[in-house]
Write a protein that binds this ligand. Structure first.
Ligand code: MG
Length: 298
């Protein structure tokens, strides 16, 4: 990429996003960030064209939104308050200023909503569009995957299955869930006060529950009738499968000691409980694989 073009694209990108307070970047050789008394929670995630998204199915605004949303979801999973972020873009050679603006405008509403300061980044030429974001937040007591104990109750925020269904059904609400996931930052901050463990649902409920149980050295039982299926899902066995294994819901799964369960509030639905059977997941008492219940059906 030519130097002048690169700087013009950087200016366009930065101009569309909330400006950080001095002495933070961007514009210096590195970002300069003040120390904090709370724990610094940092995550990074890359989105690559034709691996994580395809065009024109996803608009540039959709892509910008989703790149920031999935990183914010990881902060939500920790119960962290978002603070700053870095963004590295890989742009195909003929990328225009308007296209870079569209990416930034897809990110701007989330950045503004969560008071997230862009403190630095990089633009390079690339065979396909790539977005690599590093997002940081602060948490006094981060919600880890490893704290769940037998007897804890399992709760999930929001509804399940819509994003996965949106890949095969053209229903507007389902497609929106796929393209515009909403990171549950506020619920993560609230849940972290009471939860013993938490994770966000990116791979699918069973897979992510498997991660949480492995880290906590516990098992879990889910009740299928309790799962909060998205209201736009068709009434078919497929709906349960999307909810259990579809992925990309970006809701929160938390384990909460029974004495604190009433504190969680109505945004969360109780879906099961933590058991002492390390690594074993059951659905209505029957064993299931983290990859999906079909694998165990004969
Ligand atoms: Mg995660």
């Amino acid at each position: 990429m030519k130097r002048a073009g690169e700087f013009e694209l950087i200016d366009a990108f930065v101009s569309a996003l909330p400006h950080p307070r001095a002495p933070q970047g961007p514009g210096d050789d590195t970002a300069v960030l003040p120390p904090s008394r709370e724990n610094l929670c940092v995550t990074t995630d890359a989105l690559v064209e034709n691996v994580h998204f395809s065009r024109p199915a996803f608009s540039l605004r959709d892509i910008g939104h989703k790149a920031l949303a999935v990183n914010l979801s990881d902060l939500a999973a920790m119960g962290a308050r978002p603070t700053w972020w870095l963004c590295a873009l890989g742009l195909p050679k003929n990328t225009t200023r308007a296209q870079v603006l569209a990416l930034a405008r897809g990110m701007a509403p989330l950045a503004r909503q969560h008071r997230l300061a862009l403190v630095g980044g990089n633009i390079t030429s690339s065979p396909v569009l790539t977005l690599t974001l590093t997002v940081a937040g602060q948490a006094r007591r981060p919600m880890l995957r490893s704290g769940a104990r037998p007897g804890d109750l399992l709760f999930v925020s929001g509804t399940l299955g819509a994003a996965a269904a949106g890949l095969s059904l053209p229903t507007p609400a389902l497609v929106a869930a796929q393209k515009r996931p909403v990171p549950q930052v506020r619920l993560g901050l609230a849940a972290a006060r009471w939860a013993s463990a938490g994770i966000d649902l990116s791979d699918g409920l069973l897979a992510d529950l498997g991660h949480l149980c492995a880290a906590s050295k516990v098992g879990a039982n889910l009740r299928s009738a309790a799962l909060p299926l998205h209201p736009a899902l068709p009434r078919s066995p497929k709906a349960l499968q999307w909810a259990l294994t579809g992925g990309e819901d970006y809701q929160l799964l938390v384990a909460v000691p029974p004495r604190h369960a009433a504190r969680l509030g109505r945004a969360f639905t109780r879906i099961g409980e933590v058991t002492r059977h390390g690594g074993i997941l059951t659905l209505d008492g029957a064993r299931v694989s983290p990859q999906g219940f079909d694998h165990f059906r004969r």
